[in-house]
Design a protein around this ligand. Sequence first.
Ligand code: ZN
Ligand code: ZN
Length: 347
Amino acid sequence: MKAARLHRYDPKMEGPEFLKLEDVPEPRITEPDHVIVRIGGAGLCRTDLHIIEGIWRTKVNVELPYILGHENAGWVEEVGPGVTEFKKGDAVIVHPLMTDGTCPACRKGNDMHCENSLFPGINTDGGFAEYLLTKSRSLIKLPQGIHPHEIAPHADAGLTAYHAAKKAARHLEPGDYAVLIGFGGLGHIGFQVLRSLSPARIIVVDRSPLALELAEELGAEHRVKAGEKAVQEVLALTGGRGAEAVLDFVGEGGSIEMGLAMTKNAGSYYVIGYGGTVEVPAIDLIFSEKNIIGNLVGTYTDLMELMTLAGEGKVHLSTTTYPLEEINQAIADLHQGKVKGRAVLIP
Ligand code: ZN
Ligand code: ZN
């Protein structure tokens, strides 16, 4: 089958060939719960750029070459002998982790913290190919009328935004405020999820006028331009108290300090974007009782719920598609900020 594999790291993203398009053997079923998915769409993500740059080398143990692509959706092609709930032709989205289902974390539903897992596209072969090996535990059938390439990025980008927004929504009541910092690929999904799950008043903060325009189109009533006055503006909007929840989809370049300053006492600051460092004097945490909350992708049930919202038309994802043959162009475009919405590769 054709696949796009990473052969060497490219710290400066010089290219032009980031991944090599080549013919590789198709994956094979070796366990009763294995499933082969024929890829209908695979989302391209900033994490892929970071992998190519080599930033993930110290976090992930993987041997080159291997196939990237961790945001996958398609159709069931073949199932192992133990799989009864899926059959060939079912349209599915793939939860990004292959988990064992038996460790304490899995039994509690914390898929991302499985003690015995594989992450296709991160530490084993992923979905920038015609076929992907996964497990039946990871699959969710798509709602009627939704094509895999329309929702593939939900497998990671959407799921991450959903996981954080759902956590925040549990603590938001009418009259409360939620601030979303960063209205890009994840932020615009987080906004739609929060809109569906919570009555909170939402304030969108972004430095890009284009992003704020999109926020307005999607119905965000309060929009604040990121910069020196942003904290002041949010405090003014919230009666001087700050927001009960601040979801930071940026996580670097001053957004952490800004986000914490916008958080109300006893409120919560959610870290979703990364790159920066969270630094707070202990005494400040004591006096303010602010909570700082990490977020790692999302659970299987989070993805089920997100698919329900997508099927009901409550969460819309904006995408640009590329044929798999143009993967290097797609990577260059993403690197140069030229992709509108999320890029999706179609083999
Ligand atoms: Zn991703
Ligand atoms: Zn597990």
